[in-house]
Design a protein. Structure first.
Length: 402
């Protein structure tokens, strides 16, 4: 029989604009992660020699966040030299994949305590810096109908019949929910302020939320992916899907995820680890799954992964109280809601990446803390967390509050 994989804590940094003028641009990626590690150690008087491994997702694993950033973060935080550390890349699914992998190791009995999470400094390592064949090898792109995610998002919106007004309305709801959650302190338990070496606070709350957003402001924004589409990407998709007459480009900066910096960390361990270290579990990981589909149908993956999680856990859809799907684009959420026949009232209840931003390799781990906090606040039991990722990948994790 496998062990339970308990969540002993889950923390994250605030998120800030992933540009040079962003508040966190001055902070090195390893420091974003190390600050969370120091907080975990402080909160739980943690003997770091007990930690078996550190697993950190990172989408652009180059430069100062390359070369096994997980090991580097552990060392930078002053943790034991005995901790190995591994850097993981499954595109935008990386942070949640790290959590799932940690849970698997604990459930198998191979490890007792792991810190899993992710880091992405998009202001210092711009999106696409890591390169790769997926979007940059013409032969591969042509053979596999590989297109930028924004173009694929517009295609999914076109297939679903969602108009510009539909995706803007969803974006407005995300902004309003996130602003309400921040105002009422729903994020406070898990957000760890980022401080400089003198202990002076650089940022202590998410600063990308636009609480004053309205439909008129959203409608004034130009579609982001028309030019990409006109450079051959639309024709590339239409050749594969001839039943679509044309791609309706509806996604803008206002209804797509924001580019931000941030990090998340989740303390995952066995029952033995809790007893040995005097830790009280907040939740447990019931199941995790990763699936894939046609890369140009990227947003179909999260719902199939969620369904697989339910199968693994032996549960039904109505056994889940809250659903969280990363808001890479508004159409990603609308597709998820439609595929699973969900009510928007229980999906992304505190907004999402459209309002808060999406630090690619870290977001999945951050959503663990958001959902665990919300389950505790509401006194509810289970939450499903899902993300889409390049290559048609979908990932989900089912957690249960204790």
């Amino acid at each position: 029989m496998s062990n339970n994989a308990y969540i002993y804590d889950a923390v994250r940094t605030p998120r800030s604009k992933g540009k040079k003028e962003g508040a966190l641009h001055e902070v090195k990626p390893i420091e974003l992660g190390a600050g969370l590690f120091r907080e975990l150690q402080k909160r739980h008087d943690l003997d770091t020699t007990y930690v078996d491994d550190v697993m950190m997702g990172c989408n652009a694993a180059v430069g100062e966040q390359g070369a096994d950033v997980a090991k580097t973060i552990a060392l930078h935080a002053g943790w034991s030299d005995s901790i190995p550390g591994v850097q993981m890349d499954r595109y935008c699914a990386s942070g949640l994949d790290a959590v799932n992998s940690a849970a698997q190791n604990v459930m198998s009995g191979w490890n007792e305590l792991i810190v899993a999470g992710g880091v992405e400094s998009m202001s210092r390592i711009p999106m696409g810096t890591a390169g790769g064949a997926f979007l940059f090898d013409p032969e591969f792109v042509m053979n596999h109908t590989s297109v930028p995610q924004g173009v694929a998002a517009d295609k999914v919106a076109t297939m679903g019949g969602w108009t510009r007004e539909d995706v803007d309305a969803y974006a407005l709801a995300s902004q309003k929910r996130a602003a309400n959650a921040q105002t009422n302190g729903y994020f406070d338990k898990s957000v760890v302020p980022v401080v400089d070496r003198n202990g002076i606070t650089i940022l202590d709350r998410d600063d990308a939320i636009k609480a004053d957003t309205n439909m008129e402001k959203l409608a004034s924004l130009n579609p982001s992916f028309v030019q990409m589409g006109s450079m051959g990407m639309d024709d590339h998709l239409l050749q594969k899907y001839p039943h679509i007459v044309e791609i309706n480009h509806v996604h803008t900066p206002g209804n797509s995820s924001g580019i931000v910096d941030g990090a998340g960390a989740v303390l995952v361990g066995s029952e033995k680890a809790g007893k040995d270290l005097g830790l009280t579990p907040r939740g447990r990981i019931l199941a995790g799954a990763v699936t894939a589909t046609d890369p140009s149908l990227i947003f179909l993956g999260p719902s199939s992964a969620a369904e697989r999680c339910l199968q693994i856990a032996g549960l039904k859809q109505n056994d889940v109280d809250l659903w969280e799907i990363n808001e890479a684009f508004a159409s990603a959420v609308l597709r998820y809601i439609e595929d699973l026949n969900l009510n928007h009232d229980v999906v992304n209840v505190n907004g999402g990446a459209i309002a808060l931003g999406h630090p690619l390799g870290a977001t999945g781990a951050m959503l663990i803390s958001t959902m665990l906090d919300e389950l505790e606040r509401r006194g509810q039991k289970r939450a499903m967390i899902s993300l889409c990722a390049a290559g048609g990948i979908g990932i989900s994790t089912l957690i249960e509050r204790i």
